[in-house]
Ligand binder design. Structure first.
Ligand SMILES: Cc1cc2nc3c(=O)[nH]c(=O)nc-3n(C[C@H](O)[C@H](O)[C@H](O)COP(=O)(O)OP(=O)(O)OC[C@H]3O[C@@H](n4cnc5c(N)ncnc54)[C@H](O)[C@@H]3O)c2cc1C
Length: 513
């Protein structure tokens, strides 16, 4: 076994959480090796090639840029040095089967005016009240929960200080998001639009706590387009990590976490090589540990299994859309939202009539491509995370595809049998992200306890840490980044206290007569 020197850390996985953790550890003096099974960094932030063109096939909505500004600044760099980010004026375009359409804008008053024209003054007032509440929830949780190590309800009450339990109660953890939206909106389309934010955490608006309305504020606070595509962000993180001395082993799956004397002590790679380390950070989904996919020694101390979040079926397409009225981000709502989530979470099948998200990757407001020229699209519907079980049959997938393509044609996309198209199913996601069943956001945030039940950075196995969207504070690019930073600070604190304890024991030993 090749033994590395002291304070060596291995990060399993080069997703956003793993990269951010590696950056923080490297700038603090740790010798970090990132071991990644894929050939490139980024994890879910990945690209595919369709008809010879590169398409973002993972996250497309980039929010909370301050998370990355802070990460780069703390490492003595600047995000702008690595990336060009452009704020979007139109956050998203929403359409319904009755041909009604509503844009939301970065400028809240412009959105309120659009809602007034769409559904009337009372709904516009409801929108303002909703955004104020969502901002309140986000502001309360930003410094007490999202940027802090995992805690339970009692710990969080304590962090709320004088407002204590009353402050916590104002976040409406015991109500569903759907129920809370009914206080602000009477138009079912608006309830559907704002309920969809639960899916950003892979959850159903009918089961997620109202607290998840904070996602609406996250988007209202700004959506950026990354020049050259989202994958440039992963590349920027990799470049910063390399600059700080992080080593990468790409195309190299980790077969297991080695446990020695009750501690995580290294990893065994798929080719049989073993590497010792002082600490291991798992950026793979926590389910990989729980299932034993990273060895039985680590599985014994892994987080308990939990209800999986949403998976997805996606299509990367290159098609002309001369008549389509599209923004960069577009949502085509289903006619029956409760039935859609019932299909996914209760019946565990693809929704008969899905809500369709379309990222028109070449449309940037003033810079739309010439009408009729082939454009790049990522099309996504939510799906049950059963990619490792009796996954959808080819017939089920094809019937879903013909429903989705039919609706895309109605909105002006020219899709035929020759259209370049790359399909990704829950089974594909399960193969890319082992032991997840294709779940893309860790465990579902259903019920008031769910946010507290998400595993934290520290596991029950000394020396083993978790980072990523399956870990506190949750899924999505900025949350995965925060999780990586929390894992780094937890690991640093543990190493420092271990060092103090050893030094204390040695000094104590010397003074003993
Ligand atoms: C289609 C799609 C759309 C999305 N849309 C958005 C969006 O618009 N906005 C947003 O903010 N978020 C979005 N998300 C969610 C966001 O992408 C994720 O929450 C985030 O990228 C997860 O990062 P992570 O740190 O958990 O790492 P992951 O991306 O999960 O990466 C984990 C890495 O670990 C590696 N790994 C696993 N097992 C091993 C092993 N045994 N050995 C070595 N390596 C291993 C994997 O190969 C992978 O690279 C989307 C996700 C998907 C898939």
């Amino acid at each position: 076994m090749r033994i590395l020197a002291a304070d060596q850390v291995i990060v399993i996985g080069a997703g956003i959480g793993g990269l951010c953790c590696a950056i923080d550890l490297a700038r603090s003096g740790f010798a970090v090796t990132v071991v990644e099974r894929a050939a490139t960094c980024g994890g879910k932030m990945r690209e595919i090639v369709v008809g010879g063109r590169t398409i973002d096939a993972g996250p497309t909505v980039f929010t909370l840029r301050w998370v990355f500004d802070a990460l780069f600044a703390d490492a003595g760099a600047s995000l702008d040095e690595f990336l060009t980010l452009r704020p979007l004026e139109i956050l998203a375009r929403h359409t319904w089967a009755d041909a009604s359409a509503l844009d939301l804008f970065a400028d809240m008053e412009r959105s309120a005016a659009a809602i007034d024209a769409f559904a009337g003054k009372a709904e516009a007032a409801g929108y303002r009240a909703f955004q104020a509440e969502a901002k309140g929830v986000f502001d309360s949780l930003k410094s007490t929960f999202l940027t802090q190590q995992k805690t339970g309800p009692i710990g969080l009450t304590g962090r709320f200080g004088l407002s204590g339990a009353a402050g916590l109660f104002r976040l409406r953890p015991y109500e569903t998001l759907w129920r809370a939206l009914g206080d602000h909106f009477h138009d079912p389309r608006l309830r559907q639009l704002f309920g969809r934010y639960a899916t950003y955490c892979g959850s159903s608006p009918f089961q997620a706590p109202a607290t998840l309305m904070l996602v609406a504020h996250v988007e209202q606070a700004g959506v950026w387009r990354v020049e050259g595509g989202m994958a440039r962000l992963a590349q920027a993180l990799e470049a910063l990590a390399r600059r700080l001395g992080v080593s990468f082993r790409l195309s190299m799956p980790v077969a297991s976490v080695r446990v020695q004397n009750g501690r995580a002590a290294g990893v065994e790679l798929a080719d049989g090589e073993t590497i010792g380390a002082d600490a291991i950070v798992v950026n793979a989904d926590p389910a990989a540990l729980t299932s034993g996919a990273l060895g039985l020694g680590a599985a014994r101390r892994a987080p308990r299994p939990a209800q999986r979040s949403l998976s997805a079926v996606t299509w990367g397409l290159v098609a002309s859309a001369p008549g389509a009225s599209l923004s960069h981000h577009n949502v085509l709502f289903s006619g029956d939202y409760p039935a859609e989530f019932d299909d996914i979470f209760r019946q565990a099948r693809l929704p008969a009539s899905p809500t369709i998200y379309v990222c028109a990757q070449d449309r940037y407001e003033a810079l739309d491509p010439p009408p009729g020229s082939p454009e790049r699209f990522l099309v996504l519907i939510n799906a049950p995370a059963r990619g490792d079980q009796a996954s959808s049959s080819p017939e089920e997938i094809m019937s879903c595809q013909s429903e989705v393509f039919g609706r895309l044609r109605q909105m002006g996309l020219e899709i035929g049998s020759e259209t370049p198209s790359v399909l990704t199913t829950p089974a594909t996601f399960n193969a890319l992200f082992p032991a997840t069943g294709g779940a893309l956001y860790g465990q579902a945030t259903h019920g008031w306890r769910a946010a507290f039940d998400r595993p934290g950075a520290r596991t029950r196995l000394p020396g083993l840490y978790l980072a990523g969207g399956g870990t506190h504070p949750g899924a999505g690019v900025p949350m995965a980044a925060l999780s990586g930073r929390l894992a780094a600070s937890c690991l640093k604190a543990d190493r420092a206290s271990m060092f103090r304890w050893r030094r204390g024991a040695m000094l104590g030993g010397m003074s003993t007569p």
